[in-house]
Write a new protein. Structure first.
Lengths: 421, 132
């Protein structure tokens, strides 16, 4: 396959604008060749994951780009960092100086390169992002799936360095989910026969996503029978869980997501799965490692909590406080936290004992202070990763169950959760 | 055969029974597989010609491979069946930053099966693979 390049990309490749642009162009072309793409497509937006520290090589790469004339061609937002530049005390350097210091150096370098410092895994919750039909380059798995599925923007999952290379060149290989043919569904999941009352519960969407991802693997599933009232937060939960338990980068919900007005428009042939109550029960069991009982912490906000989720949290707290001695973390972006502050909710949450870290995710080590022992979460992705990353025991529950449990200091179960009334 | 990242290498064959995620399941500081669910947990990949049909996808794999190449704990080369962008990009970045090379190749299943019985392999810049 031969790719024809315009004048500008050719000049970058020749090194006429420095070593940074040359390396970026080489990486994009290498990816295009592996994907058998016959052209590159201009992108309008990038959200990079290479700002999440995994070793010295990350810092060296970012520094190389900054020092050798790298210039971003599109608005580029940043995923979570390993540390918070806002609150260094969240992860004291003494625990792991190499990682903590390397992580903050890395974040500063990407700011220097010109990225907008959003530090969030939920960039789609902030104003000013991409729109339906836009070609974009995104690295964080839940954001890839949300942008493709819920917004209808187009991206493959771009791993570290390639995400930055796309942002620097403003180009991506025209392949996979950038193409119409690459966005068709391959398997069908029916939840038409499940009770409507379940589909009003936030936990339903986490369990559904976990189950579908397990079976779909890297395929594109289409789900029928979702409630037309499913909220953006519900669709975020599905997107995140299918990406964590499988490798799903796009899913369709008939009547719910923008490219699936009806089944025929997204699915030709494909295997069919009818979702039963037992599938959700199994998903719940897979996401729970702790026995119900006393709790050390409650961890919410994976991906970062939205404004509407915070409103629900406040309503469920109903003026009560988190149990003394129990840590209650709700991670979000600095963008959402400043909106919370603006309408007075931040103070109400903090005085109820809710801690709201920004810029980070809470399941990644080095540990956030106090996250140990028995921890309850409402997020399938947190439940999936935290036992391995932090060595904690996880109790999985709905948001209401998590809030009640945080107030009581022990796991509380909602007997009405699965009623069919 | 496709050269995903060119380079020369020589070393003993290490075959992986299951796909490996280079991030999370592998420690670049030691070159050792650390995922307890992987059947070869504890194996050290440093200096080996790694035969692995496919990689387990992680967007952080390129950084982890580049870090291992920087530290000298990485495999000497990686031979796949399924072409993998992350490993190719990680190897390319490490080559640019540190001048160290870890060739990454993708071969047909039949060729992959034949390579499994080799004790040592040598890889040339053009992708030629020789049994030693």
């Amino acid at each position: 396959m031969t790719i024809e390049l315009d004048e500008k990309p050719r000049a970058w490749l020749d090194g006429a604008e420095g070593k940074a642009m040359q390396l970026a162009m080489r990486l994009v072309l290498r990816a295009a060749r592996i994907l058998d793409a016959d052209r590159l497509v201009p992108i309008t937006f990038a959200h990079i994951d290479a700002c999440f520290y995994t070793g010295r090589a990350h810092v060296d790469f970012a520094r190389f780009m900054v020092e050798n004339g790298g210039r971003l061609k599109v608005p580029t937002w940043t995923n979570n960092g390993v540390v918070s530049l806002d609150d260094p005390e969240l992860r004291p350097p003494a625990d792991d100086p190499e990682t903590v210091n390397g992580a903050s150096e890395l974040m500063r370098l990407y700011q220097q390169l010109g990225c907008k410092p959003t530090w969030t895994c939920g960039p789609y919750q902030l104003p000013g992002g991409p729109s339906f039909g836009d070609h974009i380059a995104v690295g964080e798995s839940n954001a890839v799936t949300y942008y493709n599925s819920v917004l209808g923007a187009r991206t493959n999952k771009y791993g570290d360095y390639l995400d930055v290379a796309c942002a620097l060149t403003g180009l991506a290989p025209f392949a996979g989910l950038h193409t119409d043919a690459g966005r068709k569904a391959q398997l069908l999941f029916r939840c038409d026969d499940l009770p409507d009352s379940w589909k009003r519960q936030d936990i339903f969407y986490h369990l559904l996503g976990h189950h579908v991802g397990r079976i779909a693997g890297r395929g594109i599933p289409v789900i029928t029978g979702l409630a037309l009232t499913a909220t953006k937060d519900d669709l975020k939960a599905v997107s995140t869980a299918v990406a964590a338990s499988g490798g799903v980068e796009m899913w369709h919900g008939v009547g719910v997501t923008p490219e699936a007005p009806d089944l025929a428009s997204v699915l030709g042939e494909g295997e069919r799965h009818d979702i039963a109550a037992a599938d959700l029960t199994r998903a719940h069991a897979e996401l729970s490692t702790a026995r119900d009982g006393p709790l050390d912490a409650v961890a919410l906000g994976t991906p970062h909590f939205s404004l509407s989720e915070f409103s629900t949290l406040l309503r469920l707290l109903d003026g009560r406080k988190v149990k003394r001695g129990l840590q209650c973390y709700v991670s979000t972006s600095r963008g959402v936290r400043s909106l919370l502050a603006a309408d007075g909710k931040l103070g109400r949450l903090e005085s109820a004992g809710v801690q709201i870290p920004v810029d980070v995710c809470t399941y990644y080590s080095p540990k956030i202070r106090g996250l140990r022992g028995q921890v309850m979460t409402n997020a399938a992705k947190w439940a999936y990763y935290a036992p391995g990353m932090l060595g904690v025991e996880v109790a999985f529950g709905s948001l209401k169950e998590c809030v009640e449990s945080a107030v009581r200091g022990e796991v509380w179960r909602d007997r009405d959760l699965w009623s069919t009334a | 055969m496709r050269v995903l990242h060119a380079g020369t290498a020589e070393g003993p064959v290490q075959m992986l029974a299951e796909p490996l995620s280079f991030w999370g399941a592998y420690d670049p500081r030691t070159g050792i597989i650390i995922d307890v669910r992987h059947p070869q947990c504890g194996a050290c990949l440093m200096g080996t010609i790694l035969l692995m049909r496919e990689s387990r996808g992680s967007g952080s794999a390129p950084g982890s491979l580049a870090e291992a190449i920087r530290l000298g704990t990485a495999p000497a080369a990686i031979i796949l069946v399924e072409p993998d962008i992350n490993l190719a990009v990680g190897a390319a970045v490490a080559h640019s930053l540190y001048g160290k090379s870890c060739p990454v190749l993708a071969v047909a299943e039949t060729e992959f099966m034949m390579l499994l019985s080799a004790g040592r392999l040598r890889i040339f810049d053009d992708g030629t693979i020789l049994r030693q």
